[in-house]
Design a protein around this ligand. Structure first.
Ligand code: HAM
Length: 422
C-alpha cells in the first residue's frame, strides 16, 4: 500500500472517468446559461461567520465545518456549500437585479464518509436574487429537472414543500415546540437538550426516536399564511403547466436553516443508499438581509455531482467516457529527440493534436506508444530522414502499408490535408 493516500471521504478522478465530470458540468452550463444565468466564482474559504448563517443548530455548522485560523489570525472555513458565499458576493458587489448566477465546485463537510456521502464533494447550482415571484421558483425547479433529463435520468422524483415565511413560521414554531415539549423524553439526547434552540431540527433528525415523534407533528404546510398559500399554489400551478411531476412532502425540512416558502429536493429513486438526494434547494427570502444586505429575495438549488453520477450509473445512462479528443499524430524520433521536440511544437501550433515519447526510447518502444495513443498517423524521423530534410508519415491504421515521405517544410500543410481528408 502506498505511504500516502487520499484522506477519508475524498477521492481522485482520473481520465477517462473524469470525462463524465467534464460532460456533466458542460451539460449543466448549457442548460443554465440558456436561461440567463452567468457563471460566478467565489473563494473556497470564507470568514466562518458567513457560514453561521446556515444555522447554528444545524449539523453542517455544529459538527461538520472545516474551520481554522490562518496565519493572520482570521477565523476561516472551507465552504460547506456555496449559497452563503454567493449571497456574500451579491451584497459585496450589488449587481443589478434580477441577478442570476450559476456555479460548479467543491464543498467540504466533516461527515461520516460512506457511499454517496463524502468530506469533499462537488456541486453545480444556481441562485437567483431580486424577485419573490413564484414563477422564478418554477424556473429554478424546472432547470434542475431538465438537467437531469438531459443526462438521461428517468428515475428522479421532485419533492416539494413550503416552510412559510416571517409571518406564519413563528406561530408554527411555537405550536411545534409545544407539541415536542410534551414528548421531550422521547427525543434523542441531542434534540432533547437543544429543543428550544430550533425545534424544526427535530424534523430533520434521522435517529429512530426523533423520527417516531416527528411522524405525528403538525406540519408547516397546514399552517401557511394566505400569501404563502398563494405563492405555493402558483408554484404548483407552474410545475403542472410545464408537465413536471412532483410529490408534496410535508416532512421535507432540509438540513440548512435559511429557507422560506418553497423548498424542494430531487431524489434519485434508483439509488438504494440512504444518500439518495441528488439535489435540493428553495427560497431564502430573508438571508440577504440577515447577512447585512438590503432586503432581497432569493431562490436556488445545488445538485450533488457525485450522487448524480451514482444515479446515472444505477440507471445505466450518461456513460460518457473520455472527453479529451484523441491524439491525431504521434511523432517517432530516433534521430536524437530534438526533432520530436520541434515537430510536436510546430504541429500543435497549427492546431494538430499530437504527442511524442520521451527519454530517447527505442524506435520499437516509440511505435508501441504511438499505437497506444490512438493516433491515426505516425510522423517518423530517423537519421536518414534527418539528413535528407524529410519525414516519413505512416498511417497507423493501415498495418504499416501506407507510408509516404514528405519534405519537412511541407509537413504541417500536408498533415492538415491528410487529417482533413480523413
Ligand atoms: P444541500 O441539500 O446541503 O443543499 O446539498 C445539495 C446536494 O449536495 C445534496 O442534495 C447532495 O446531492 C449533495 N451533497 C450534500 N452533502 C454531500 C456530501 N457530504 N457528499 C456528497 N454529496 C453531498 C445545499 O448545499 C444548498 N446550498 C442548496 C441551495 C442552493 N439552496 C438554495 N440554493
Amino acid at each position: 500500500m502506498p505511504a500516502y493516500q487520499t484522506p477519508p471521504g475524498t477521492f481522485d478522478v482520473l481520465a477517462p472517468q473524469s470525462g463524465r465530470w467534464q460532460a456533466l458540468v458542460a451539460t449543466f452550463a448549457r442548460a443554465v446559461t440558456g436561461a440567463g444565468y452567468g457563471l460566478v466564482l467565489t473563494p473556497t474559504f470564507e470568514e466562518v461567520a458567513i457560514f453561521h448563517r446556515l444555522g447554528d443548530s444545524t449539523d453542517v455548522v455544529r459538527k461538520e465545518m472545516y474551520d481554522f485560523e490562518d496565519k493572520g489570525g482570521r477565523h476561516l472555513a472551507l465552504r460547506p456549500e456555496v449559497t452563503a458565499s454567493v449571497v456574500r458576493a451579491y451584497i459585496q458587489h450589488r449587481p443589478t437585479t434580477p441577478w442570476k448566477a450559476w456555479y460548479a465546485g467543491s464543498n467540504f463537510r466533516y461527515e461520516k464518509a460512506q457511499a454517496g456521502r463524502y468530506r469533499e464533494f462537488h456541486q453545480v447550482g444556481v441562485e437567483a436574487f431580486g424577485s419573490g415571484d413564484a414563477d422564478l421558483d418554477v424556473e429554478v425547479m424546472a432547470l434542475g429537472w431538465e438537467f437531469f433529463a438531459a443526462l438521461g435520468l428517468a428515475e428522479v422524483e421532485l419533492r416539494l414543500n413550503s416552510l412559510g415565511d416571517a409571518t406564519c413560521r413563528p406561530p408554527y414554531r411555537a405550536m411545534l415546540l409545544a407539541y415536542l415539549s410534551e414528548r421531550r423524553d422521547q427525543l434523542c439526547d441531542e434534540h432533547r437538550e437543544r429543543l428550544e434552540e430550533n425545534p424544526l431540527r427535530v424534523l430533520d433528525c434521522k435517529r429512530p426516536s426523533c423520527r417516531a415523534v416527528s411522524a405525528g407533528t403538525p406540519r408547516q404546510l397546514d399552517h401557511l399564511c394566505e400569501p404563502c398559500e398563494a405563492h405555493f399554489a402558483r408554484a404548483r400551478d407552474g410545475l403542472d403547466h410545464l408537465g413536471i411531476p412532483y410529490t408534496i412532502d410535508t416532512a421535507l425540512v432540509r438540513g440548512l436553516d435559511y429557507y422560506t416558502r418553497t423548498t424542494f429536493e430531487y431524489v434519485g429513486l434508483a439509488l438504494e443508499s440512504a444518500q439518495n438526494a441528488v439535489g435540493g434547494g428553495g427560497r431564502y427570502d430573508m438571508l440577504v438581509e440577515q447577512m447585512g444586505g438590503p432586503p432581497t429575495p432569493g431562490v436556488g438549488f445545488a445538485l450533488g455531482v457525485e450522487r448524480t453520477l451514482l444515479a446515472c450509473a444505477a440507471e445505466g445512462v450518461f456513460a460518457v467516457e473520455d472527453l479529451s479528443p484523441a491524439i491525431e499524430v504521434f511523432v517517432v524520433d530516433f534521430a536524437g529527440g530534438a526533432w520530436a521536440r520541434d515537430l510536436t511544437a510546430e504541429l500543435r501550433a497549427a492546431g494538430i493534436r499530437c504527442d511524442r515519447a520521451f527519454d530517447a526510447r527505442s524506435a520499437k518502444a516509440q511505435f508501441k506508444a504511438a499505437d497506444r495513443s490512438g493516433a491515426r498517423f505516425a510522423v517518423v524521423i530517423g537519421p536518414d530522414e534527418a539528413e535528407a530534410g524529410t519525414v516519413a508519415v505512416k498511417d497507423l491504421g493501415s498495418g504499416g502499408t501506407d507510408q509516404r515521405t514528405l519534405r519537412r517544410a511541407d509537413l504541417v500543410a500536408e498533415m492538415g490535408k491528410l487529417l482533413g481528408a480523413g
